[in-house]
Design a protein around this ligand. Sequence first.
Ligand code: CP
Ligand code: NVA
Length: 308
Amino acid sequence: MKHFLDIHTTDAADLRQMIDMGQKMKSARNGRPKGTPDDEQPLKGHMVALIFEKPSTRTRVSFDVGVRQMGGETMVLSGREMQLGHGETIADTARVLSRYVDLIMIRTFEEATLQEMAEHATVPVINGLTNRTHPCQIMADIMTYEEHRGPIADKKVVWCGDGNNVFASFAHAAGQFGFDLTFTGPETLDPERAWIDWAAAKGRPITIDRDPHRAVAGADLVVTDTWVSMHDPESAKERRHNQLRAYQVNEDLMSKAKPESLFMHCLPAHRNDEATSAVMDGPHSVIFDEAENRLHAQKAIMRWCLGK
Ligand code: CP
Ligand code: NVA
């Protein structure tokens, strides 16, 4: 069963093949209206369940559109409205859904929910974000970097802010695609030890530098994300803002990176908190290309899962 659960648990050659396939499918659509189907219909006759236990704009729309472009059909399910949200086990949900659909994408809280779904489903399962990782996002980000600047291998990527789930998948990508990753943020919001150790074991030790200006010096890519994630308690907001203010990505900080550096943010953003509008709308920013590439990268991920 080819589940797409995380970047570090997927074969590096397969990841590369997915990025290249995403780019190929994107080029093939060049100039065509958004709603038109692809010439190739690899998902024709396939039904895909998209389960959301947390809010989403990009993941929801890009998966839905991607399936339809490839000739398949979707059903978007909210966790709350399913029996899953009312006591039915994840394992039973996985077994039942597998009788109806060909592929399951789930956005959830605990990683254990995703793992249990994958363990008991007899169809492929895709991770659409957990509290711990967000692999589809980083596949789109790698694709975006490479379409603007060529291979990401050996480039310097600097993450500013919270060592969260999106950072975790960047750490995995550093090991799998072979780039240098620096984390700059307060010690209290450091990434998980497990991911730091994993990247080091892969020969791509993560640099941790508390000084954002020193960290960003010479960067090829500067990345940030919201200071408060969907799974973080609202009560943490004020403390996090105080701790993270020094790590805001603004024009002054971006000026320390290479002149040809790119700026990324997975969105949704809180403008003028983690990044200023001047940076988000400025010459280094590729944030809307990232959002678009969710569509193309995920189409390739789904084809890989289904062997299509
Ligand atoms: N970046 C991302 O996953 O966005 P959504 O929460 O809108 O899906
Ligand atoms: N770190 C954010 C990413 C949202 C796409 C969150 O988990 O809320």
